[in-house]
Write a protein of this length. Structure first.
Length: 341
Protein backbone atom coordinates (compact mmCIF):
# COMPACT_ATOMS: atom_id res chain seq x y z
CA UNK A 1 0.00 0.00 0.00
CA UNK A 2 1.27 3.46 -0.76
CA UNK A 3 0.84 6.64 1.21
CA UNK A 4 -2.25 8.84 0.76
CA UNK A 5 -2.18 10.57 -2.56
CA UNK A 6 -0.80 7.29 -3.92
CA UNK A 7 -2.52 3.99 -4.63
CA UNK A 8 -3.83 1.89 -1.75
CA UNK A 9 -4.65 -1.81 -1.51
CA UNK A 10 -8.44 -1.63 -1.81
CA UNK A 11 -8.87 -1.62 -5.58
CA UNK A 12 -12.06 -0.61 -7.30
CA UNK A 13 -11.00 0.96 -10.58
CA UNK A 14 -11.29 -1.23 -13.71
CA UNK A 15 -8.19 -2.87 -15.17
CA UNK A 16 -7.27 -5.10 -18.10
CA UNK A 17 -7.97 -8.83 -18.06
CA UNK A 18 -4.97 -11.15 -17.98
CA UNK A 19 -5.32 -14.58 -19.59
CA UNK A 20 -3.46 -17.66 -18.29
CA UNK A 21 -3.51 -21.19 -19.63
CA UNK A 22 -3.14 -23.85 -16.92
CA UNK A 23 -0.25 -26.15 -17.79
CA UNK A 24 0.68 -28.17 -14.71
CA UNK A 25 -1.89 -27.74 -11.95
CA UNK A 26 -4.21 -30.71 -12.40
CA UNK A 27 -6.43 -31.09 -9.33
CA UNK A 28 -5.12 -27.93 -7.65
CA UNK A 29 -7.73 -25.64 -6.13
CA UNK A 30 -8.38 -22.38 -7.92
CA UNK A 31 -7.77 -20.18 -4.86
CA UNK A 32 -4.48 -21.93 -4.05
CA UNK A 33 -3.28 -21.58 -7.64
CA UNK A 34 -4.14 -17.88 -7.85
CA UNK A 35 -2.58 -17.12 -4.46
CA UNK A 36 0.73 -18.65 -5.57
CA UNK A 37 0.60 -17.27 -9.10
CA UNK A 38 -0.01 -13.67 -8.06
CA UNK A 39 1.51 -13.68 -4.52
CA UNK A 40 -1.88 -12.84 -3.02
CA UNK A 41 -3.49 -13.87 0.22
CA UNK A 42 -6.29 -16.42 0.02
CA UNK A 43 -8.60 -13.73 1.43
CA UNK A 44 -7.66 -11.40 -1.43
CA UNK A 45 -8.26 -14.19 -3.95
CA UNK A 46 -11.73 -14.78 -2.52
CA UNK A 47 -12.44 -11.06 -2.86
CA UNK A 48 -11.41 -11.18 -6.52
CA UNK A 49 -13.57 -14.24 -7.22
CA UNK A 50 -16.59 -12.81 -5.41
CA UNK A 51 -16.11 -9.49 -7.19
CA UNK A 52 -16.37 -11.11 -10.62
CA UNK A 53 -12.71 -10.53 -11.38
CA UNK A 54 -11.88 -14.18 -12.13
CA UNK A 55 -13.24 -16.33 -14.97
CA UNK A 56 -12.55 -20.04 -15.48
CA UNK A 57 -13.13 -21.15 -19.06
CA UNK A 58 -15.30 -18.06 -19.53
CA UNK A 59 -17.55 -18.66 -16.51
CA UNK A 60 -17.55 -17.31 -12.96
CA UNK A 61 -15.97 -20.04 -10.79
CA UNK A 62 -16.14 -21.00 -7.14
CA UNK A 63 -13.00 -20.59 -5.06
CA UNK A 64 -12.82 -24.34 -4.38
CA UNK A 65 -13.09 -25.37 -8.04
CA UNK A 66 -10.27 -27.67 -9.18
CA UNK A 67 -8.13 -26.88 -12.19
CA UNK A 68 -7.22 -29.14 -15.09
CA UNK A 69 -4.46 -28.88 -17.67
CA UNK A 70 -5.72 -26.77 -20.56
CA UNK A 71 -8.10 -24.66 -18.47
CA UNK A 72 -8.18 -20.97 -19.33
CA UNK A 73 -8.10 -18.46 -16.50
CA UNK A 74 -8.91 -14.79 -16.96
CA UNK A 75 -7.96 -12.56 -14.06
CA UNK A 76 -8.51 -8.87 -13.52
CA UNK A 77 -6.77 -7.30 -10.54
CA UNK A 78 -8.43 -3.90 -10.07
CA UNK A 79 -6.23 -0.85 -10.13
CA UNK A 80 -5.54 0.65 -6.72
CA UNK A 81 -7.37 3.73 -5.53
CA UNK A 82 -6.30 6.43 -3.11
CA UNK A 83 -6.00 5.41 0.49
CA UNK A 84 -8.50 7.13 2.79
CA UNK A 85 -5.98 7.10 5.63
CA UNK A 86 -3.97 10.25 6.26
CA UNK A 87 -0.21 9.94 6.66
CA UNK A 88 0.98 11.63 9.84
CA UNK A 89 4.50 12.60 10.89
CA UNK A 90 4.34 10.70 14.17
CA UNK A 91 7.72 9.52 15.55
CA UNK A 92 8.22 5.76 15.40
CA UNK A 93 10.69 3.55 17.23
CA UNK A 94 11.82 1.36 14.32
CA UNK A 95 13.87 -1.50 15.76
CA UNK A 96 14.53 -3.16 12.40
CA UNK A 97 13.71 -2.39 8.77
CA UNK A 98 14.53 -4.12 5.50
CA UNK A 99 12.83 -4.46 2.11
CA UNK A 100 10.34 -7.01 3.44
CA UNK A 101 9.30 -5.93 6.92
CA UNK A 102 9.70 -3.68 9.93
CA UNK A 103 9.83 -4.39 13.65
CA UNK A 104 8.26 -1.53 15.60
CA UNK A 105 8.45 -0.79 19.33
CA UNK A 106 4.96 0.62 19.86
CA UNK A 107 4.38 3.06 22.72
CA UNK A 108 1.45 2.69 25.09
CA UNK A 109 -1.52 4.85 24.17
CA UNK A 110 -1.17 4.34 20.42
CA UNK A 111 -3.93 2.47 18.57
CA UNK A 112 -2.54 0.14 15.90
CA UNK A 113 -5.00 0.85 13.07
CA UNK A 114 -7.86 3.28 12.38
CA UNK A 115 -11.25 2.34 13.81
CA UNK A 116 -14.38 4.24 14.86
CA UNK A 117 -13.24 6.92 17.28
CA UNK A 118 -9.59 6.52 16.28
CA UNK A 119 -9.10 7.84 12.75
CA UNK A 120 -5.90 9.77 13.50
CA UNK A 121 -2.78 9.20 15.52
CA UNK A 122 -2.61 5.45 14.90
CA UNK A 123 0.40 3.32 14.08
CA UNK A 124 -0.89 2.96 10.52
CA UNK A 125 -1.08 6.75 10.13
CA UNK A 126 2.55 6.93 11.24
CA UNK A 127 3.65 4.05 9.01
CA UNK A 128 2.17 5.70 5.93
CA UNK A 129 4.40 8.70 6.57
CA UNK A 130 7.56 6.67 7.19
CA UNK A 131 7.19 3.81 4.70
CA UNK A 132 6.47 3.98 0.97
CA UNK A 133 4.95 0.52 0.51
CA UNK A 134 3.04 -1.74 2.88
CA UNK A 135 1.27 -5.04 2.38
CA UNK A 136 -2.35 -4.71 1.31
CA UNK A 137 -3.48 -8.09 2.64
CA UNK A 138 -4.89 -6.60 5.83
CA UNK A 139 -7.14 -4.26 3.86
CA UNK A 140 -7.21 -0.51 3.46
CA UNK A 141 -7.48 0.19 7.20
CA UNK A 142 -4.81 -2.31 8.31
CA UNK A 143 -1.99 -2.12 5.75
CA UNK A 144 1.01 -4.19 6.76
CA UNK A 145 -0.44 -5.23 10.11
CA UNK A 146 0.47 -8.88 10.75
CA UNK A 147 -0.56 -8.91 14.42
CA UNK A 148 -1.78 -6.29 16.87
CA UNK A 149 -1.20 -4.91 20.34
CA UNK A 150 -3.89 -3.31 22.47
CA UNK A 151 -3.84 0.48 22.71
CA UNK A 152 -2.38 0.50 26.23
CA UNK A 153 0.05 -2.36 25.62
CA UNK A 154 3.57 -1.33 24.64
CA UNK A 155 6.25 -3.27 22.83
CA UNK A 156 7.26 -5.13 19.70
CA UNK A 157 5.21 -5.99 16.62
CA UNK A 158 5.90 -6.92 13.00
CA UNK A 159 4.77 -4.92 9.97
CA UNK A 160 4.90 -6.45 6.46
CA UNK A 161 5.90 -4.41 3.43
CA UNK A 162 4.81 -6.90 0.77
CA UNK A 163 1.90 -9.29 0.35
CA UNK A 164 4.33 -12.20 0.03
CA UNK A 165 6.01 -11.37 3.34
CA UNK A 166 2.64 -10.78 4.98
CA UNK A 167 1.31 -14.14 3.84
CA UNK A 168 4.39 -16.04 5.03
CA UNK A 169 4.42 -14.26 8.39
CA UNK A 170 0.71 -14.88 8.86
CA UNK A 171 1.25 -18.57 8.08
CA UNK A 172 4.10 -18.69 10.62
CA UNK A 173 1.86 -17.05 13.20
CA UNK A 174 -0.86 -19.64 12.64
CA UNK A 175 1.73 -22.42 12.87
CA UNK A 176 2.95 -20.97 16.21
CA UNK A 177 6.40 -20.36 14.74
CA UNK A 178 6.59 -16.73 15.91
CA UNK A 179 7.49 -16.46 19.59
CA UNK A 180 5.99 -13.50 21.43
CA UNK A 181 6.92 -12.99 25.07
CA UNK A 182 5.40 -10.37 27.33
CA UNK A 183 6.07 -9.02 30.80
CA UNK A 184 3.03 -8.40 32.96
CA UNK A 185 2.27 -7.59 36.59
CA UNK A 186 -0.73 -9.33 38.12
CA UNK A 187 -2.66 -9.02 41.36
CA UNK A 188 -2.16 -11.59 44.10
CA UNK A 189 -0.04 -14.74 44.32
CA UNK A 190 -0.52 -17.61 41.92
CA UNK A 191 -0.18 -21.14 43.32
CA UNK A 192 2.38 -22.28 40.73
CA UNK A 193 5.56 -20.66 39.41
CA UNK A 194 4.85 -21.93 35.88
CA UNK A 195 1.48 -22.76 34.40
CA UNK A 196 -0.50 -22.83 31.15
CA UNK A 197 -3.99 -21.51 30.51
CA UNK A 198 -5.77 -23.34 27.68
CA UNK A 199 -9.25 -21.82 27.58
CA UNK A 200 -11.40 -20.72 24.60
CA UNK A 201 -12.05 -17.02 24.11
CA UNK A 202 -14.97 -15.21 22.47
CA UNK A 203 -16.77 -11.90 22.80
CA UNK A 204 -18.77 -11.57 25.97
CA UNK A 205 -22.45 -11.94 24.97
CA UNK A 206 -23.63 -9.06 27.18
CA UNK A 207 -20.78 -6.62 26.42
CA UNK A 208 -19.27 -6.60 22.94
CA UNK A 209 -16.28 -4.55 24.07
CA UNK A 210 -15.13 -7.33 26.37
CA UNK A 211 -13.75 -10.76 25.62
CA UNK A 212 -14.26 -13.72 27.96
CA UNK A 213 -13.55 -17.40 28.42
CA UNK A 214 -16.58 -18.87 26.67
CA UNK A 215 -17.35 -22.47 25.81
CA UNK A 216 -17.41 -22.79 22.06
CA UNK A 217 -15.03 -19.85 21.63
CA UNK A 218 -11.76 -20.03 19.71
CA UNK A 219 -9.00 -22.02 21.35
CA UNK A 220 -6.50 -19.83 23.17
CA UNK A 221 -3.29 -20.96 24.88
CA UNK A 222 -0.96 -18.83 27.02
CA UNK A 223 2.08 -20.02 28.99
CA UNK A 224 3.09 -18.13 32.13
CA UNK A 225 6.21 -18.13 34.32
CA UNK A 226 6.77 -16.20 37.53
CA UNK A 227 9.67 -13.75 37.45
CA UNK A 228 9.22 -12.02 40.82
CA UNK A 229 6.81 -12.17 43.75
CA UNK A 230 5.92 -9.00 45.61
CA UNK A 231 3.72 -8.23 48.61
CA UNK A 232 0.40 -8.43 46.75
CA UNK A 233 1.44 -8.93 43.14
CA UNK A 234 3.62 -11.02 40.86
CA UNK A 235 5.70 -10.12 37.83
CA UNK A 236 5.13 -12.76 35.15
CA UNK A 237 6.49 -13.66 31.76
CA UNK A 238 3.71 -14.61 29.32
CA UNK A 239 4.19 -16.45 26.04
CA UNK A 240 1.41 -16.52 23.47
CA UNK A 241 0.76 -19.79 21.66
CA UNK A 242 -2.30 -18.30 19.93
CA UNK A 243 -3.31 -14.70 19.29
CA UNK A 244 -6.85 -13.93 20.38
CA UNK A 245 -8.05 -10.42 21.22
CA UNK A 246 -7.08 -9.47 24.81
CA UNK A 247 -5.82 -13.04 25.28
CA UNK A 248 -3.30 -12.51 28.09
CA UNK A 249 -5.61 -10.14 29.95
CA UNK A 250 -8.62 -12.46 29.67
CA UNK A 251 -6.69 -15.56 30.70
CA UNK A 252 -5.23 -13.84 33.74
CA UNK A 253 -8.62 -12.47 34.77
CA UNK A 254 -9.98 -16.01 34.41
CA UNK A 255 -7.41 -17.24 36.97
CA UNK A 256 -8.54 -14.54 39.40
CA UNK A 257 -5.26 -12.64 39.02
CA UNK A 258 -5.91 -9.84 36.51
CA UNK A 259 -3.27 -7.51 35.10
CA UNK A 260 -2.46 -4.62 37.42
CA UNK A 261 -3.88 -1.43 35.92
CA UNK A 262 -6.34 -3.23 33.63
CA UNK A 263 -9.50 -1.14 33.94
CA UNK A 264 -11.52 -3.50 31.75
CA UNK A 265 -10.78 -6.84 33.39
CA UNK A 266 -9.33 -6.01 36.79
CA UNK A 267 -10.88 -2.79 38.10
CA UNK A 268 -10.99 -2.59 41.89
CA UNK A 269 -8.95 -5.74 42.47
CA UNK A 270 -6.62 -3.85 44.83
CA UNK A 271 -9.45 -3.50 47.33
CA UNK A 272 -9.65 -7.27 47.78
CA UNK A 273 -6.64 -7.44 50.11
CA UNK A 274 -6.63 -7.05 53.88
CA UNK A 275 -4.25 -5.98 56.64
CA UNK A 276 -0.90 -4.39 55.82
CA UNK A 277 -1.03 -5.87 52.32
CA UNK A 278 -4.14 -3.84 51.54
CA UNK A 279 -2.32 -0.55 52.04
CA UNK A 280 0.53 -1.73 49.82
CA UNK A 281 -1.92 -2.83 47.12
CA UNK A 282 -3.81 0.46 47.21
CA UNK A 283 -0.54 2.35 46.83
CA UNK A 284 0.53 0.11 43.94
CA UNK A 285 -2.78 0.80 42.19
CA UNK A 286 -2.38 4.54 42.75
CA UNK A 287 1.10 4.50 41.21
CA UNK A 288 0.18 2.32 38.22
CA UNK A 289 0.04 4.51 35.07
CA UNK A 290 -1.71 1.97 32.79
CA UNK A 291 -2.23 -1.73 32.32
CA UNK A 292 1.08 -3.42 33.03
CA UNK A 293 1.58 -5.39 29.81
CA UNK A 294 4.64 -5.08 27.58
CA UNK A 295 5.61 -7.10 24.48
CA UNK A 296 9.24 -7.62 25.46
CA UNK A 297 10.57 -10.23 23.03
CA UNK A 298 9.92 -11.25 19.44
CA UNK A 299 11.54 -14.21 17.68
CA UNK A 300 10.71 -15.32 14.13
CA UNK A 301 12.21 -16.58 10.88
CA UNK A 302 12.63 -13.97 8.17
CA UNK A 303 10.00 -14.66 5.48
CA UNK A 304 12.44 -14.28 2.57
CA UNK A 305 15.96 -15.04 3.81
CA UNK A 306 15.14 -17.72 6.38
CA UNK A 307 17.38 -16.03 8.95
CA UNK A 308 16.34 -16.21 12.59
CA UNK A 309 15.35 -12.78 13.92
CA UNK A 310 15.37 -11.99 17.63
CA UNK A 311 14.47 -8.63 19.15
CA UNK A 312 13.92 -7.46 22.70
CA UNK A 313 12.45 -4.31 24.18
CA UNK A 314 13.20 -3.08 27.71
CA UNK A 315 10.36 -1.98 29.94
CA UNK A 316 9.28 1.59 29.15
CA UNK A 317 10.15 4.20 31.75
CA UNK A 318 6.63 4.33 33.22
CA UNK A 319 6.55 0.60 33.94
CA UNK A 320 10.19 0.43 35.02
CA UNK A 321 9.52 3.14 37.60
CA UNK A 322 6.70 1.02 39.01
CA UNK A 323 8.95 -2.05 39.11
CA UNK A 324 11.63 -0.11 40.98
CA UNK A 325 9.07 0.94 43.58
CA UNK A 326 7.56 -2.54 43.79
CA UNK A 327 10.93 -4.21 44.25
CA UNK A 328 11.67 -1.96 47.19
CA UNK A 329 8.36 -2.94 48.75
CA UNK A 330 8.89 -6.58 47.90
CA UNK A 331 12.36 -6.49 49.47
CA UNK A 332 10.87 -4.99 52.62
CA UNK A 333 8.37 -7.88 52.69
CA UNK A 334 11.17 -10.43 52.41
CA UNK A 335 9.75 -11.97 49.23
CA UNK A 336 11.96 -13.58 46.62
CA UNK A 337 12.69 -13.36 42.94
CA UNK A 338 12.50 -16.33 40.61
CA UNK A 339 15.59 -17.10 38.51
CA UNK A 340 15.49 -15.87 34.93
CA UNK A 341 15.06 -18.33 32.09
Amino acid sequence: MNAPGSPGPEATEPSAWQTHRVENATGERLDVYLAEKFSLSRTRVVQLVQGGNVLLNGAVPKKRDSLEVGDTLQVRIPEPVLSPIAAEAIPLAIVHEDEDLLVIDKPAGMVVHPAPGHRRGTLVNALLHHVKDLSGIGGVLRPGIVHRLDKDTSGLLIVAKSDTSHRRLADALRAREIRRRYLTLVWGHLPEASFTVDQPIARQPTDRKRMAVVGGGRRAVTRFRRVERWAAAELLQAQLETGRTHQIRVHLAFTGHPVVGDALYGAGRERGFSGATRGWALELARRTPRQFLHAAELRFVHPRTGAEMLYSSPLPADLQKLVDWGRQGFADQGARSEPSA
